[in-house]
Design a protein around this ligand. Sequence first.
Ligand code: MSP
Length: 659
Amino acid sequence: MSQPKYYITTPIYYPSDKLHIGHTYCTVATDAFARYKRLQGYDVMFLTGTDEHGQKIEDRARDAGVTPQAFVDNIVEGERGVLDLWKLMNISNDRFIRTTDDYHVAAIQKIFKKLYDNGDIYKSTYSGKYCKPCESFWTESQLVDGKCPDCGREVQDAEEEAYFFRLSKYADRIQDLLENTDFLEPRSRVHEMVNNFIKPGLEDLCVSRTSFTWGVPVDFDPGHVVYVWVDALSNYITALGYENDRYNDYADFWPADVHIVGKEIVRFHSIIWPAMLMSMNEPLPKKVFGHGWLLLDGGKMSKSKGNVVDPYILAEMFGVDALRFFLMRTFPFGSDGNFSNELLIKTINTDLANDLGNLVSRTTAMVGKYFCGKLPGNCRSWDAPESFDIEQIEMASALRDKYQAAMDAYAPHKALEEIFKTIARANKYIDETMPWALAKDMEANGARLAHVMYNLLETARICGILLTPFMPESMEKLFDQIGACACCRTWESAGQWGKLSEEAAPTKGENLFPRIDAEKALAELEAAAEAARKAALPPLEIEPFAEENVDFATFCKSDFRAVKVKACENVKKSDKLLRFTLDDGSGTDRQILSGIAKYYKPEELVGKTLVAIINLPPRKMMGLESNGMLISAVHTEKGEERLNLLMVSDAIPAGAKLC
Ligand code: MSP
């Protein structure tokens, strides 16, 4: 019998910045579903990739001084780029598409032409706002305070020739699809789509641009590039070979079983994408699932806010599997959730180190200690089971079905909750059966003790199988430690109590999930976050320019002179002030106090020729009189204020006037 097929996708990422924990959340979730389906015996196609076109990428590349292709290549293939991150996170995608791949570009041109030939794309004018100096078109909503978001200058109304897709034509069919089928989940997203976008009237969609060039060219009308979402959404079929010869899996895998997407892009997947497919007469995906966001302090993570959480740092500190597990265990998949390092550490310590880790290490250690690592035959059954034996066995035996129901409902957090209830039950079973007491008289209780051990190992085995999609590497270690052979690591065997061989030879191995010292880890994370915040700050900031002019006569009143430092010392009891004794050319020493002790050691300034304004009124500081002010240049670098005293050539005599 041929294997049933299953096609699952994640959104393809904009490589405009490095990926953060929010992106990782989505891909880890999809990976867990893909692994779950493989475990069940499906022939899975799991697709991810990168969405590399559009104005934003073009702009970012220009800012970086490289070509758009070089820019995206670096973020996708470069060190700690998208590919590196998915490898680190153990993402098991079967295919990776880049929208700059030749086969995809050619297929997009055919898809665009197909929509055009079907009469669903027509030419019209796109009206928006235009910034002349930047030569950029903007929509009303992209403006910042009504001005160009790039340069801050005034924009003007303008029109651009563009192609439009007849989205409005499909409004009724899409409303029906959303309201009367389970195409889109969770259900709450259906109301959002229908009420916010369809009922107010679905407008035709602008699907080509002429104001930038980094996109798939419309081959029958040079100067136009295809709208980035038409390009991006089509990846789900071009990656299977639709309108190209690179792959040949369309017939096998389309329609997709599910597109997993974040909530802000549900609109594109549940309205525009089905309309495009309807226009091309292709089957619709079976489901779109819109998951929630990981929030930080209640808000969305973003590079500009400097509050992105780096998955590399977390994976390196806590381990890939622990991080994957935390993401899926903690946040209900369809809703938003607040990420915090405290929660991450608490979850790892409670669930993994305490509950699961202890269950495995205590059990394997006891088998080693009481039975030299080998249980006696007949340990599977026991003639006079206690109520807690029955409860433990029943709970573990029923686990797979409960887990399956939760996973099939896209509720991985519930599936994990069921597993951890079973693990908690098993730890309680140890307290109830008191193996250490039984072990005091092995002759009388050895068989009973062996049965208790078997029940614990069997529970760990079943939980281990069901945890594999979430923590693939650690569960392999768990199986090795409890002595589970290949045939009792399968999906089928997870539904069968008693599959673990009585011949199994458990061994206590390395600690699967070491306990984390929360205080130390939090301090390290805070230091790493601080370094990242600093790195994200603009490299150089200068004071804004004065808006008001001064008239020349006022300017001339300021008397700037070259002054030579005769002596310089710290002012007692002040950590800010330096006291300067200066030769100003008048024959009498001038004293100036300056709050720059943070930037200079007094001795390094002696002999220098500086600039001072000398006709400010005298001012007392720390009981000393200051007659004037030394001129310095101030700017901010990576968030830190820098100050440089203005020093001029020593050839300039003391008292020379600056004008
Ligand atoms: N390129 C488009 C997708 C095109 S699919 C045909 C895109 N890319 S993205 O890089 O901006 O986002 C990719 C995915 O990451 C989206 O599903 C988005 O919801 C998800 N996330 C980005 N930040 C997130 C969180 N903070 N939390 C959870 N998911 C988030 O959109």
